[in-house]
Design a protein around this ligand. Structure first.
Ligand code: SAH
Length: 246
């Protein structure tokens, strides 16, 4: 089943852009997913093909008109989840990405200027999503980020199917840090335990580091996932049981 992505944007030429490269690009070529980008301006009705107008109540910038947006949305709406990119939206999460990737696809509405007329969200049941607490000049890069996150989870896209499971956020923790050769580099060495060959010890160390780094860097994640009751990753759990059997 092909995961179908439809993007509504004033800059359709930006797509597939980076999504045409690497893993996502190969998967696009192979038909694992499909992408169409529609120009919102195609749904303008006046002779100037205008898509925006001045904000009600005054203020700087221009606002995207709800009637034009609705016509664009209605053209692609077919039951797939419809996301609208806005800094006022709910922060996108790996959990939501996983849900989206398990579905038929997604429709993404990209804003520009000051954003959308607020009425469109309810009128078309759009899910307002943000890619972070900073302001982009348009929704396109946000849509690309979310699509990239979805596509890498599609069956057959990532090389090793297990490599998604203990990654950052999947367990409510940041992932443990990685190291590779050379063993010594600029006077810094790879932690001894990772070279010990003791898989139980390695799993325990990784779990400790994941918890510690999450506490330091993202205490909000620990809060959200229920404090310190973090279960170790499945690998470590299995090892713990084996240890106890002995
Ligand atoms: N005036 C708006 C920002 C508009 S930025 C505000 O302060 O909330 C223009 C467009 O860029 C938005 O309509 C949205 O589609 C996109 N955008 C900007 N920052 C974003 C973010 N953090 N997440 C998702 N989309 C964003």
């Amino acid at each position: 089943m092909t995961f179908r992505a439809s993007v509504l944007t004033l800059y359709p030429d930006m797509f597939p852009g980076p999504l045409g490269a690497s893993l996502a690009g190969k998967a696009l070529e192979q038909g694992v997913w499909s992408l169409d980008a529609t120009n919102i301006r195609d749904f303008a009705t006046d002779k100037h093909r205008s898509v925006d107008d001045t904000p009600a109540g005054g203020g700087a910038g221009m606002v995207l008109r709800p009637d034009v947006l609705a016509a664009a949305v209605d053209q692609v709406a077919d039951g797939r989840p419809m996301l609208a990119l806005t800094p006022r939206g709910a922060p996108m999460t790996q959990k939501r990405v996983r849900e989206l990737a398990a579905g038929e696809g997604v429709i993404m509405l990209c804003g520009r200027f000051e954003g959308f007329d607020e009425r469109i969200f309810e009128a078309r049941a759009l899910e307002a999503v943000s890619v972070g607490d900073y302001v982009l000049s348009g929704g396109e890069l946000g849509a690309m980020a979310i699509l990239d996150a979805c596509v890498r989870l599609l069956p057959g896209v990532m090389g090793a199917p297990s490599s998604g499971e203990e990654e950052s956020f999947e367990t409510g923790l940041l992932e443990y840090p990685h190291y590779t050769r050379p063993v010594e580099w600029e006077g810094r060495t790879i932690p001894e335990v990772l070279r010990s060959g003791d898989h139980a010890k390695i799993a325990a160390w990784r779990h400790e580091r994941a918890v510690e780094d999450t506490r330091l860097r993202r205490p909000d994640l620990i809060e959200r996932h229920g404090g310190a009751s973090q279960a170790p990753p499945s690998g470590a759990r299995r090892r713990d049981k084996e240890e106890k059997k002995k």
